[in-house]
Design a protein around this ligand. Structure first.
Ligand code: TXA
Ligand code: MG
Length: 327
């Protein structure tokens, strides 16, 4: 019997399915069996589990290889759901009116209903209402809030294409909800509203000045300052990523001597690099394609990945993330 069960786990077929084909019964059964269901959002794909089912949430940590002390974001499809899980302040309402649904996560005081496994035992909870129609449609169909970390193995870049989710989890979950590559490409901005000064814990598409236009001064708690000339290692140890800071000419000259390396960056460098993968032409392009290109280049037979600095806080924050904190 044990062997039979083992065989099912090892050879589970993973199907990429349209939300329309995933009935409420199928969703319920999947969660009952302990499996989370990945779904697209406008930022990155999330790995969803019901906020009130501890067994499935535990499985999320196991499947990702995520440390239990890293709390999860609760995703809702309607504002009313937030009141079930958190104490909503006046300033939270101001931000919700301005930015929900969208790529913003609010940290608020939690209600009793929220399981400790979600908050890592804290008295606060992170909540987000995604803008993506499929994300909200999935939560609506299930009918209750879903916790969802990014749908990637710990230590890998977040998943921005459905194929990334498949690469990381095929064989261990039955369903992945289909979606186009995600529009924004980096995770939501997180702001802690539980104490003043309000603090940005993770920068994102919604920026400090957007929040300050609503609330007044907000503290940036994520350190993403790149000192001139500094270079930073990143993600996969087998493929260290270095960020070059200098003039375009200096970067091009530096790369001429690097035979076993690949350069990733702005399209403008393309004519000058022997081995390059373009991230596109605008900041939005670069954010949208960064994780995909990192996954691609990590699979190449090169010693090192090089890239360049740009003047965008959230983008630089992701490039500089220490491997351990990219979960
Ligand atoms: O865009 C996103 O936010 C994506 C999509 C799927 O919604 N989700 C995402 O989840 O990036 P995850 O688990 O990869 O990152 C959540 C971050 C973690 O850094 C965690 O520490 C922080 O949110 N977080 C969650 N609850 C928190 C809390 N109560 N207080 C402070 N930080 C919290
Ligand atoms: Mg993550």
């Amino acid at each position: 019997m044990l062997r039979f069960f083992y065989a099912i786990i090892v050879f589970m077929k993973t199907t990429i399915i349209a939300l329309d084909a995933l009935s409420k019964n199928l969703i319920d059964d999947t969660f009952k069996q302990g499996y989370p269901i990945p779904f697209p959002t406008e930022t990155v794909f999330g790995l969803g589990a019901p906020f009130n089912q501890e067994a499935v949430i535990k499985n999320i940590f196991q499947l990702k290889g995520r440390p239990q002390d890293n709390p999860l974001i609760v995703h809702v499809s309607r504002i009313e759901m937030i009141h079930e899980i958190a104490y909503v302040t006046e300033d939270a309402v101001t931000l919700m009116n301005a930015f929900f649904p969208g790529p913003l996560t609010l940290v608020l005081k939690k209600r009793e209903t929220v399981l400790d496994i979600i908050t890592a035992g804290k008295d606060t909870v992170a909540v987000r209402m995604p803008a993506h129609e499929i994300a909200r449609g999935f939560i609506e169909r299930y009918g209750k809030p879903l916790v969802a970390p990014s749908a990637n193995l710990s230590g890998k870049p977040s998943a921005t294409h459905v194929s990334h989710v498949y690469d990381d989890f095929h064989g261990s979950i039955p369903w992945i909800i289909e979606g186009e590559p995600t529009m924004i490409g980096i995770e939501s901005t997180i702001v802690d509203l539980t104490k003043k000064p309000y603090t940005i814990l993770r920068p994102g598409h919604i920026q400090k000045h957007d929040l300050e236009a609503m609330l007044g001064p907000v503290f940036d708690g994520s350190s993403s300052v790149v000192a001139p000339g500094m270079i930073h290692p990143h993600y996969e140890p087998s493929h260290p990523l270095w960020i070059l800071d200098g003039s375009d000419e200096a970067i091009i000259k530096f790369m001429k001597k690097k035979d076993h390396a690949v350069f990733i960056g702005h399209q403008k460098f393309m004519p000058f690099m022997a081995h390059m993968v373009s991230l596109g032409e605008t900041e939005a392009d670069m954010m949208q394609t960064l994780y995909h290109v990192l996954r691609e280049t990590n699979a190449l037979h090169v010693d090192t990945i090089y890239t360049h600095k740009i003047n965008h806080e959230a983008y630089m924050n992701r490039l500089m993330k220490d491997r351990k904190s990219v979960v």
